[in-house]
Design a binder for this molecule. Structure first.
Ligand code: SF4
Ligand code: SF4
Length: 243
């Protein structure tokens, strides 16, 4: 966990300025609130003028704060840096989401507004009740029972559901897919569960292109309270396009 060597600190406040969750307070010296700190490493990279900040190697469950929060940390289980998932970002190569299906990325929290894992579980449980298919190569999926959406001890780190619920991170991305017909129902579910969580989340919908527009666009256009921002992504040269 990040800590300050008090004897070195000159209380300049630079590290506190960079902390995205306001975990650092500065009086005679800087102090890190370990409950708030998500181990993102930003203060370390802010280059303390007297090198007074330390972040020792972390072990689970604390390590998971870093894996979900530090864009330079690599999730060993998915071998992907930057919060450990690229399932939805590379759909034009992986072809995970096919015509007739909807891919979803629910990104909980963001810099400045972190997320408790109790909130992540509320959303995964609500989605599990809708029978969604959670994508495998995703750090959140690795922590849950895919049928119930509840945290399970059957995870790569062997940490208990209680320890997972005590975690907090800058963000956590839930990825899943559904048949396209379920799009309005899933949006309704997400709008309902949004009232129960203490953080923000954004929803990305991955659609294949069909008949001159994104196949899912007609399903979301016009839903009250939803603004749609269609955008495209092509990973040129990374693989063959999915059929
Ligand atoms: S940047 Fe370094 S010297 Fe300045 S408040 Fe933080 S720990 Fe102290
Ligand atoms: S590691 Fe991140 S969250 Fe923790 S004190 Fe440093 S900047 Fe703040």
């Amino acid at each position: 966990m990040v800590y300050v060597v008090r004897e070195l600190c000159v209380a300049c406040g630079k590290c506190a300025l960079y902390c995205p969750v306001e975990a650092i307070t500065v009086g005679e010296y800087a102090f890190v609130d370990q409950e708030r700190c998500v181990e993102c490493g930003t203060c370390i990279r802010a280059e303390c003028p007297v090198d007074a900040l330390r972040q020792p190697d972390l072990k689970p469950p604390r390590l998971l704060r870093k894996l979900f929060s530090d864009p330079l940390a690599t999730f060993r289980e998915t071998e992907v840096p930057g919060r450990g998932t690229e399932e939805m970002k590379t759909n034009d190569v992986t072809n995970n989401v096919k015509v007739g299906e909807a891919g979803w990325g629910v990104e909980m929290g963001r810099p400045g507004v972190s997320t408790k894992f109790t909130d992540v579980e509320k959303v995964t449980m609500a989605l599990a009740r809708q029978g969604v298919e959670f994508l495998d190569l995703n750090p959140v999926t690795m922590l849950i029972d895919k049928k119930t959406g509840m945290f399970t001890e059957k995870n790569p780190w062997g940490i208990s559901p209680g320890e997972i619920r005590a975690l907090r991170s800058l963000s956590a991305i839930i990825e899943f897919k559904t048949p396209k017909e379920k799009v309005p129902e899933i949006i309704k579910t997400l709008m309902e569960v949004s009232k129960e969580v203490e953080t923000v989340f954004s929803v990305g919908l991955i659609s294949r292109w069909k008949d001159g527009e994104p196949e899912l666009l007609p399903l979301v256009r016009g839903i009250p309270g939803i603004r749609v921002y269609p955008n495209g992504k092509h990973n040129m040269g990374l693989g063959r396009p999915g059929s």
